[in-house]
Design a protein around this ligand. Structure first.
Ligand code: PEP
Ligand code: MN
Length: 358
């Protein structure tokens, strides 16, 4: 159920409707839009008892949302969601493309800094690196943990890059949220419902990767888990699904980009590194991702991929990353986008760890 407020509704009227929804035993989710605020209602098992919602002052109409996902849907919020990073000009969603580059795993301070320096020089705004790695084998490198988080915080201080890193379980989530600017939830965890709910109680953007066999609806329902707890800053990421093909690690499903954009206001990125598993396919698919309308790409980059402790074969070299940036910048205007080069961080506000009480 969705309460659509009139364009001229006041804050007090919006608050009164939220209070009434709580009084009815449900949870209100006010979503301000360009024209008007809509208030999503969750927590109901069946039909919401409309009570006298329709008669309340400032209410335009009360409508049923027919889709299984509600807060993620365009019914509740028509305009694209744009995620902002306080004290910087970086955004995810909207006109500017977001480019995230960095190694699969943080392996050492030297490795991470060498790569970050080149990512920053190429003009990307976001740096990725795994501190906790979900590996198929328990014997494979599992990540440096807190040490890696500290290295990435230093990288943010030095280069201004915003940090994207994965939390693999409930134990690591709060810690990762304390150090990162965006918390990644990986493909294997896309339906880890307790992790999703926990992420929903934080106030930090969550980058949610599509599960290896998830349908569009399952993907958006996973986002809905996070949003239903009050965290509306969800970034979707297509990273390839498992099919019969053996020429690439996964099949990058670019058709999901416009399919998602039709029904959801959430930003969607594409990860052609895990999507293909092969270095020589990353640039072509990154170009395709931008051409198809993705809000940006996430790319694995390594200065010595032959020595990488994880995902070396799909990691591109820093000079290839620089070339990709140039190509995507040229491509961007054709699809009505811009690719900003470099990140501006306000003095003073600079490089604080994210304020969780925000
Ligand atoms: C990653 O980004 O390094 C990763 C493990 O991704 P995914 O969850 O998509 O496999
Ligand atoms: Mn990886």
């Amino acid at each position: 159920m969705l309460v659509v407020m009139k364009a001229q509704a006041t804050q007090e009227e919006i608050q009164a409707v939220c209070d009434h929804i709580e009084f009815l035993g449900y949870r209100p989710h006010p979503m301000p839009g360009a024209q008007r605020t809509a208030i999503g209602i969750t927590g109901n098992q069946g039909e919401v008892d409309r009570g006298n919602l329709e008669e309340m002052s400032g209410v335009a109409e009360v409508i049923r949302v027919s889709k299984a996902y509600k807060l993620a849907s365009r019914d509740v919020k028509e305009e694209d969601t744009i995620i902002r990073f306080p004290g910087t000009d970086a955004t995810i969603g909207g006109r500017n493309l977001a480019i995230i580059g960095g190694p699969c795993s943080i392996e050492s301070r030297e490795q991470a800094f060498a790569i970050a320096e080149q990512i920053a020089a190429s003009g990307a705004q976001f740096f990725r690196g795994g501190a906790y790695k979900p590996r198929t084998s328990p014997y494979a490198f599992q990540g440096l943990g807190v040490e890696a988080l500290k290295i990435m915080a230093e990288i943010r201080d030095k280069f201004g890059l915003r940090i994207v890193t994965e939390a693999i379980d409930n134990e690591t989530l709060d810690l990762v949220a304390k150090w990162a600017d965006v918390v990644q939830i990986g493909a294997r965890n896309m339906q880890n419902f307790s992790l999703l709910k926990h992420a929903g109680r934080l106030r930090i953007p969550i980058l949610l990767k599509r599960g290896i066999s998830a349908t569009l609806e399952e993907f958006l329902m996973a986002a809905e888990y996070i949003m239903s707890e009050g965290n509306y800053e969800v970034i979707l990421c297509e990273r390839g699904v498992r099919t019969f093909v053996d020429h690439s690690r996964n099949t990058l499903d670019l058709t999901i980009v416009p399919a998602i954009q039709k029904v959801s206001h959430l930003p969607i990125l594409v990860d052609p590194s895990h999507g293909t598993g092969k270095r020589d396919k990353v640039l072509p698919l990154a170009r395709a991702a931008v051409a198809v309308g993705a809000d940006g790409v996430m790319i694995e980059v390594h200065n010595q991929p032959e020595k990488a402790l994880s995902d070396g074969p799909q990691s591109i070299y820093p000079d290839q990353f620089a070339r990709m940036m140039d190509e995507l910048q040229q491509l961007a205007p054709i699809v009505h986008r811009d690719l900003p080069r470099g990140i501006h961080v306000e003095a003073g506000a600079a490089n604080q760890q994210r304020d969780q009480s925000r």
